[in-house]
Design a protein around this ligand. Structure first.
Ligand SMILES: Nc1ncnc2c1ncn2[C@@H]1O[C@H](COP(=O)(O)OP(=O)(O)O)[C@@H](O)[C@H]1O
Ligand SMILES: CC(C)(COP(=O)(O)O)[C@@H](O)C(=O)NCCC(=O)O
Ligand SMILES: [K+]
Length: 244
């Protein structure tokens, strides 16, 4: 049994895998981290390894207390990945993006892939059929957009994610919802159209906290899987054990 942990910039997601089957998912905050892991390990006593990917402000040291119970594997840039990294600054590439690219290669072999992770930020990652990781894009996610409108203006309220009632907002709140939701949906549809102009064939994987909200609003056919990063962490770890 292994416990994979994805530390994002908004929250922490964890999952227990046994023989590559996902048994249970946990979502919590940084403050709850140690207590939650303690409880998970109590519930799943056959756990042998922790596999952690962190782009948040949680470092390896936070997990070392569990060293006596399980092996702590903190995924880093020096680990083995099933693709060639063409990013011009590989050391600054988010480890979550590397794990997503790894999952895309292992789950969808021999094809071009675009991974879209709609979390705190929306990240776009493109991996060719020859398993070259090219890079992609980073833009603000839903919550970041709502919060920025409130933070950087005097008059705009802080709203939470809601389906816009119409394209044309006729009040402050409906204008904000239209701007944020239609803005991001059009951005993603637009990116997919632009990638299509360059690559005739590729599959699209959508993941992250806003997967379900976005999936039904996009024009294109996509693989929507909000657990893709957790599953990719398990796969990346299995790949490393097999090939290291
Ligand atoms: N309880 C929650 N806390 C934070 N974000 C949430 C929550 N529920 C849904 N979301 C949505 O999920 C997005 C964050 O997704 P997630 O994949 O968890 O981010 P990260 O991996 O960056 O921590 C936010 O933009 C927000 O719209
Ligand atoms: C772009 C990110 C902030 C996304 O984080 P997330 O939305 O998953 O919390 C993260 O992948 C990161 O810190 N990247 C480093 C910069 C880069 O990938 O080039
Ligand atoms: K992301």
């Amino acid at each position: 049994m292994i416990l994979v942990i994805d530390v994002g910039n908004s929250r922490i997601k964890a999952a227990v895998f046994e023989d590559n089957i996902l048994l249970e998912i946990f979502i919590f905050t940084k403050i709850e981290l140690e207590k939650k892991i303690e409880n998970i390990l109590k519930k799943f006593q056959k756990t042998t390894d922790l596999v952690v990917s962190s782009v948040g402000d949680v470092e390896k040291e936070s997990f070392l207390g569990f060293n006596n119970l399980v092996k702590v594997n903190f995924i880093s840039h020096t680990d083995l990945f099933p693709f060639q990294n063409k990013y011009s600054t590989p050391q600054t590439l988010g480890i979550d993006r590397m794990v997503l690219a790894s999952g895309a290669v292992l789950s969808f072999p021999n094809q071009n892939r675009l991974v879209i992770d709609a979390g705190t930020c929306v990240t776009y990652d493109f991996i060719t059929q020859d398993n070259e990781y090219l890079g992609g894009a980073i833009s603000p996610g839903f919550r970041l957009r709502y919060e920025s409108l409130n933070n950087y203006t005097a008059k705009l309220p802080l709203l939470s994610l809601e389906n816009p009632s119409d394209l044309i907002g006729n009040s402050t709140s409906t204008s904000i919802h239209s701007g944020v939701v239609n803005g991001l949906v059009n951005e993603i549809d637009g990116f997919i159209a632009d990638y299509s102009a360059r690559y005739s064939n590729f599959i699209i994987i959508l993941t992250g906290g806003d997967t379900d909200f976005l999936a039904k609003r996009l024009k294109n056919t996509i693989f929507a899987n909000s657990n893709f990063l957790l599953e990719s962490l398990n796969q990346t770890f299995q790949y490393k054990i097999k090939n290291d």
